[in-house]
Design a protein around this ligand. Structure first.
Ligand SMILES: *[C@@H]1O[C@H](CO)[C@@H](O)[C@H](O)[C@H]1NC(C)=O
Length: 236
């Protein structure tokens, strides 16, 4: 899926469930972001000398610093942090580390390491048929034993009441927390403060139009980011 034009979020993404954003497009280019918070929310960007720039993998020296830039940098078998190439180029001592670069772990090899493999599909809630599988994918098992997307209203804490998946994992429903009543409801839109953060840098706040807008395909990392982000939703 590519976005060929910039579309105003509110015009295209109000769904039956409330307010949602499609994060399957590209990230904004790093120079779009002017605050450290917005900059750091984009997977491929980092804040350096008061500017938002493309992440420089070569400056990361540990696996923790390196793989945190989801699907952008990856720690190689020769212990260097370099631009992510393909899942099958990496192997780690534990399965979870493959997840941190937007991949899955394959069966443990004779060297005791788990080779990573690409994620080929991420299931929709409606495709999951057991309660365990359903809840593991952050979906909701309803009283007629069907797996459906969670709703904002079901979220009971402020931290869960931000952005939740919909049936398709690349579309997130945006929620809004009311502290006075401790309730979570569908948001009516994104604001200057949460636009880039809640979309992890797929959208930016346009000060000319005062709207949260989706970015055009400007990031060279776009095809890696989509599945990585989708996966991140499943593991956090
Ligand atoms: C559970 O979800 C299914 C599929 O969306 C729906 O048809 C059914 O009515 C739901 N049951 C309840 C009790 O909401």
């Amino acid at each position: 899926m590519t976005h060929s034009t910039i579309l105003i979020l509110g015009m295209i993404l109000v769904t039956l469930n409330g307010f949602s954003v499609d994060i399957s497009g590209s990230d904004c280019s790093c120079d779009t972001f002017t605050t450290q918070l917005d900059c750091n929310s984009a997977s491929s960007c980092e804040w350096s000398n008061s500017e938002c720039v493309d992440i420089d993998c070569s400056t990361k020296t540990t696996i923790l610093q390196c793989n945190v830039a989801n699907s952008i940098c990856a720690f190689t078998p020769s212990n260097e942090c370099a631009t992510f190439t393909s899942c099958s180029d990496y192997k780690y001592t534990d399965e979870a580390t493959c997840l941190t670069i937007g991949c899955l772990a394959d069966t443990k090899g004779t060297d005791g390491l788990y080779p990573c493999k690409a994620i080929t599909s991420i299931l929709k809630c409606s495709e999951l048929t057991t309660e365990t599988e359903c809840t593991n994918h952050h979906c909701f098992w309803n009283s007629s034993a069907a797996c459906v997307a969670p709703t904002c209203a079901q979220q009971t804490t402020a931290t869960d009441c931000l952005a939740i998946r919909s049936d398709v994992v690349t579309t997130w429903q945006i929620c809004n927390w009311t502290p006075a009543t401790s309730t979570c409801a569908d948001a009516t839109g994104l604001t200057q403060t949460n636009c880039a953060v809640l979309t992890r840098g797929s959208y930016y706040w346009n000060t000319d139009t005062s709207a949260c807008e989706v970015c055009e395909g400007s990031s060279s990392y776009s095809q890696f980011i989509t599945l990585g982000l989708a996966l991140l939703m499943l593991i956090i």
